[in-house]
Design a protein around this ligand. Structure first.
Ligand SMILES: Cc1cc2nc3c(=O)[nH]c(=O)nc-3n(C[C@H](O)[C@H](O)[C@H](O)COP(=O)(O)O)c2cc1C
Length: 189
């Protein structure tokens, strides 16, 4: 079952924007992060939740989408995320936040996938602009933005070809292909 969940837990970047996500759902997802491992158990991560269209519209312009898809600037209106969870590092608790925030992000996305939702971790964030737009106090470092929604695209896993190219691509039918290295290529001893 976990493997099935992992297979379904792809990065989705186009959504049924009209399908709303409740604040309680977002709180439940952050609760999964709260229960996750934390280096020295410092638990320095804090979160901002957004599931209303006005706040979502403040967040979206500061995000960078799918760097390998050069002719695609990101989801158009109607296909944008219906919610976001912004993962912050509280610098009054710690100065470094890895790998805690990756673990937290994965917990949240697995929880979303289990609920039939999907999302994408976004590290390409125009941080100063987003901080200003939301009035985030300087003590909080923006680590990741998790875009969430009901996926509107199909994502399939491919083998990495002998050329070694790991770039994802989108085909003429809009299906997103993600090459993954083979198990025998990553276990080296
Ligand atoms: C730390 C991290 C940062 C990422 N940042 C971005 C990003 O800024 N924009 C984006 O579109 N995707 C981003 N992604 C998604 C990756 O592109 C995606 O995980 C990768 O293509 C593999 O696809 P998969 O998640 O479906 O396995 C990020 C993923 C991770 C783990």
């Amino acid at each position: 079952m976990l493997r099935d969940l992992m297979l379904r837990n792809r990065s989705y970047r186009r959504f049924h924007q009209e399908v709303a996500i409740e604040l309680e759902t977002l709180r439940g997802l952050v609760d999964l992060a709260r229960l996750s491992a934390s280096s020295a158990n410092k638990q320095p991560l804090k979160y901002i939740l957004s599931c209303d269209p006005q706040k979502n519209a403040l967040i979206f312009p500061h995000l960078g989408w799918a760097g390998y898809l050069k002719d695609w600037l990101g989801p158009s209106e109607g296909e944008r995320p219906s919610a976001y969870i912004i993962v912050l590092g509280d610098t009054e608790i710690n100065r470094s936040f890895a790998p805690d925030y990756g673990i937290a992000a994965q917990s949240i996305l697995l929880g979303a996938t289990e609920k039939g939702l999907g999302g994408c971790m976004i590290a390409t964030v125009e941080r100063q602009g987003l901080s200003q737009a939301l009035g985030i106090p300087p003590r909080y470092e923006i680590l990741l933005v998790l875009a969430l929604g009901k996926p509107k695209e199909k994502v399939v896993i491919e083998k990495v070809l002998p050329s070694g190219d790991i770039k994802y691509w989108r085909d003429s039918e809009g299906i997103h292909h993600v090459p993954k290295r083979a198990l025998d290529d990553i276990i080296i001893g």
